[in-house]
Design a protein around this ligand. Structure first.
Ligand SMILES: Cc1ncc(COP(=O)(O)O)c(C=O)c1O
Length: 395
C-alpha cells in the first residue's frame, strides 16, 4: 500500500512526545498537570438551557455558512471589540473552532504557485502546530521564523530576504502568542500589513487568546488593517469561544476576512466542511453577544497572573504575562527541566522544543518550558510553588 509522503517528516505531536519523555518515570508527588492549554474555568451556566431549547435543530443539516443570526452576533462583537463594521453575510464564516479554520484557510487561499514558484508559508517558531501541517497539505514550503527574546517573542518576517518574501503566499501570526505570550502592538501590525502589501501575501492572524489579557485589550489585525485602509483581502482573523468563553468542547470560532477570501472559504466548506450543529450555533450566538462571562473569566486569570508574579517574579528572565494563560519560563534545557520537575515534584509541563522546529541546527524555545495556568487557582498555585522550588532556588 502506498502512503503519501507529504506528512512523513512531521515529528510526533507534542503530547505523545511528552508521554514518551515522562511516563516511564514515577511522579515525585501527587501529579499536577500544567501541560495542555485546555481552559478549566466554568463556562456560562446558560449553555445547557440554550442547547435544550434548540434541540430540534439536531434533526436538521446546519447551514454551511452558519446561521444569519450567528453571523450577525459575530459582526456585532467585532464592531464592539474593534470598532470595525463588517458585512455579516459576506465577511464572516463561523468555524468549528479556530484549528480547523486555520488549516482549511490554507487549502482555500494558498495558491499553487506564487510568481511562478513554489509558494512559501511563513510562521513563527515555536508555534501552534496546525500552521505547518496546513502549509504541507497545500504543497507550500513552510518557513519557520524565530520568535524569541531576541525578536520580542514575535517573528521578524521583514528580516527575511526579499526573494523569499516574494514567494510568500501566507503568513501565520499568533497574537497573543502561544506559547510566548507576546502581543503584537499596533506598530507590529502596521509593519506586517505593509510588508504583506509590498510582497503581496495574506496574513492569517490567529487571535484566539485575544480576550484573555491583564490590563489592555490587544489590538487586532483587522482593526489595524481597517484603520490604515489596507486591502480587506490582506488579513483573515481567527477567533474562538474555546478560551474566551471556556467552551473548548463546543468547537466554535469564526474567520473574518475580505469578501473574496470568505467566499472561497465558504466554497470549500460547501464541499468538504462540517458545519456546527444548529443548537451549538445558538450557544455561540449567545456567547458572542454576552461580555459579562468574559469579564468574569478575565478576573480569574488576573488572579493567576498575580499569583505567578508573586511566586516567580524573582526568577531571572521571568516575564510577567500580559495576555493568554501560558508562562514561558527560561531553563537551561526544556526537556531536562520537564523530566526533573515530573520526577521530583510531580508537575507536568511541556518542553518548549516540542512546539518548535529545528532550523540550521537551532531549536528556538529549547531553553524554555511552557506552563499552562488553567487548573483551579489553588491547584495552580501549588504547582507553581513546587515548580519554583524544584527548578529555581526557593525564596
Ligand atoms: C494558538 C492557538 N490557536 C488555535 C487553537 C485552537 O483552538 P480552537 O480550535 O479550540 O479554537 C489553539 C488551542 O489551543 C491555540 O493555542
Amino acid at each position: 500500500m502506498v502512503f503519501p509522503e507529504r506528512f512523513s517528516n512531521l515529528p510526533d505531536y507534542a503530547f505523545p512526545r511528552l508521554r514518551a519523555l515522562l511516563d516511564a518515570h514515577d511522579p515525585g508527588a501527587e501529579p499536577i498537570a500544567m501541560t495542555i492549554g485546555e481552559p478549566r474555568h466554568p463556562f456560562p451556566d446558560w449553555v445547557p438551557e440554550v442547547i435544550a431549547a434548540h434541540a430540534a435543530g439536531f434533526g436538521k443539516y446546519p447551514p454551511n455558512d452558519g446561521t444569519p443570526a450567528l453571523q450577525r452576533a459575530i459582526a456585532g462583537w467585532i464592531a464592539r471589540r474593534y470598532g470595525v463594521e463588517v458585512a455579516a453575510d459576506r465577511r464572516i464564516l463561523p468555524l468549528n473552532g479556530t484549528r480547523e479554520g486555520l488549516f482549511n484557510a490554507c487549502l482555500a487561499l494558498c495558491p499553487e504557485t506564487k510568481r511562478g514558484k513554489r509558494p512559501v508559508v511563513l510562521m513563527p517558531n515555536p508555534f501552534y502546530q496546525v500552521y505547518a501541517v496546513a502549509a504541507l497539505a497545500v504543497g507550500a514550503e513552510p518557513v519557520y521564523v524565530p520568535a524569541t527574546d531576541a525578536t520580542g517573542n514575535l517573528p521578524d518576517f521583514a528580516a527575511l530576504p526579499g526573494a523569499l518574501l516574494d514567494r510568500v503566499a501566507v503568513a501565520y501570526i499568533c497574537s497573543p502568542a502561544n506559547p510566548q505570550g507576546a502581543v503584537a502592538d499596533r506598530g507590529y501590525w502596521e509593519n506586517l500589513i505593509a510588508l504583506a502589501e509590498r510582497h503581496d501575501f495574506r496574513i492569517f492572524a490567529d487571535e484566539c487568546y485575544s480576550e484573555l489579557y491583564r490590563d489592555t485589550p490587544s489590538p487586532g489585525a483587522l482593526q489595524v488593517a481597517d484603520a490604515i485602509g489596507a486591502d480587506p483581502e490582506r488579513v483573515v482573523i481567527f477567533h474562538s469561544l474555546s478560551k474566551r468563553s471556556n467552551l473548548p468542547g463546543l468547537r466554535s470560532g469564526f474567520a473574518c476576512g475580505g469578501p473574496d477570501s470568505v467566499a472561497r472559504l465558504k466554497q470549500l466548506r460547501a464541499y468538504a466542511g462540517a458545519p456546527l450543529p444548529l443548537p451549538l450555533q445558538a450557544v455561540a450566538e449567545r456567547a458572542w453577544s454576552d461580555e459579562d462571562h468574559v469579564t468574569r473569566n478575565r478576573a480569574l486569570y488576573a488572579e493567576k497572573y498575580a499569583i505567578a508574579d508573586d511566586i516567580l517574579g524573582h526568577v531571572h528572565g521571568y516575564v510577567p504575562p500580559v495576555a493568554g494563560f501560558f508562562l514561558w519560563l527560561p531553563v537551561a534545557d526544556g526537556a531536562a527541566a520537564a523530566l526533573k520537575l515530573w520526577r521530583e515534584a510531580g508537575v507536568r509541563v511541556l518542553p518548549g522544543a516540542y512546539l518548535a522546529r529545528e532550523v540550521e541546527g537551532r531549536t528556538p524555545g529549547a531553553d524554555r518550558i511552557r506552563v499552562a495556568m488553567v487548573a483551579p487557582r489553588d491547584e495552580m498555585q501549588h504547582g507553581l510553588i513546587r515548580l519554583r522550588d524544584c527548578l529555581y532556588e526557593a525564596r
